[in-house]
Ligand binder design. Sequence first.
Ligand SMILES: NC(=O)C1=CN([C@@H]2O[C@H](COP(=O)(O)OP(=O)(O)OC[C@H]3O[C@@H](n4cnc5c(N)ncnc54)[C@H](OP(=O)(O)O)[C@@H]3O)[C@@H](O)[C@H]2O)C=CC1
Ligand SMILES: O=CCCC(=O)O
Length: 291
Amino acid sequence: MEVGFLGLGIMGKAMSMNLLKNGFKVTVWNRTLSKCNELVAHGASIGKTPAEVINKCTITIAMLSDPAAALSVVLDKDGVLEQICGGKGYIDMSTVDPETSCKINEAITSKGGRFLEAPVSGSKQPAETGQLVILAAGDKALYEAAIPAFDILGKKSFFLGQVGNGAKMKLVVNMIMGSMMNAFSEGLTLADRSGLNPLDLLDVLDLGAIANPMFKGKGPAMLQNNYSPAFPLKHQQKDMRLALALGDENSVPMPVAAASNEAFKKARSMGLGDMDFSAVFETLKVLKHSS
Ligand SMILES: NC(=O)C1=CN([C@@H]2O[C@H](COP(=O)(O)OP(=O)(O)OC[C@H]3O[C@@H](n4cnc5c(N)ncnc54)[C@H](OP(=O)(O)O)[C@@H]3O)[C@@H](O)[C@H]2O)C=CC1
Ligand SMILES: O=CCCC(=O)O
């Protein structure tokens, strides 16, 4: 199967590499073209523009940073829209809001193309090992055509109905995750300041009802001030912001998520946006120094 891939950041690079290693022919494009080189060394072809990739491939996947990037790659000069047409499918796996996804859907389908949104749960390592959870919605025929690729990229794919539902599900999941990360950071800080060994807290948590892969995976690194990015903090803050907007639209009070968003904003203001989202832990250390 031949696919196009637009966006070779942390996730896009791992996902396109995984497709290549599993026998797919992949044509890649990235805004910073030099990031294509490693993929080319593993057998990928390069498209010089998104339009060129769409022209070459029947199905093209995108994995881009945020709503502005997702819209720009479709609508701007040399973008997806210039070459999309009947018989071609476009799958956006970026985390965006439902409105952005619906705008992209309208643009693609107005030219006769098929559109699927398919954001993912799971980070850098699941992307490398094909263990993502795929949250698809939109064109069912395109979903079925993409299953061979989804089976490589993920451990489970959900088809959630109309465009927007995938984006909503992803934002709800990441809203919970971002709030959990803040509660976890406060717990580690409270344990330390009250005279406990935070490593003991990690062991206690791991044996109880709130054990989870995030605490287990990120806790030890956080205690060593290691925030090597798997999921950049700036993207987590974007997801909190978009989830809060979804809460506004649906009149859902979300005081916990709102406070977590403020903590992520604080971390961004401290220059931690490109670090892993667990670096929100650092905002609590600032409070210590200033008290
Ligand atoms: N990292 C993670 O754990 C996960 C991330 N996600 C979501 O996946 C998406 C990608 O995340 P991730 O790979 O971590 O992000 P990165 O920041 O590593 O990569 C972002 C990608 O978007 C491209 N990009 C940014 N702005 C533009 C633009 N204006 N025009 C064209 N391309 C642009 C970048 O190109 P360039 O290289 O030129 O900067 C790069 O390819 C995000 O929506 C994120 O929320 C979802 C699940 C997990
Ligand atoms: O959007 C990013 C999700 C990261 C994760 O699921 O670990």
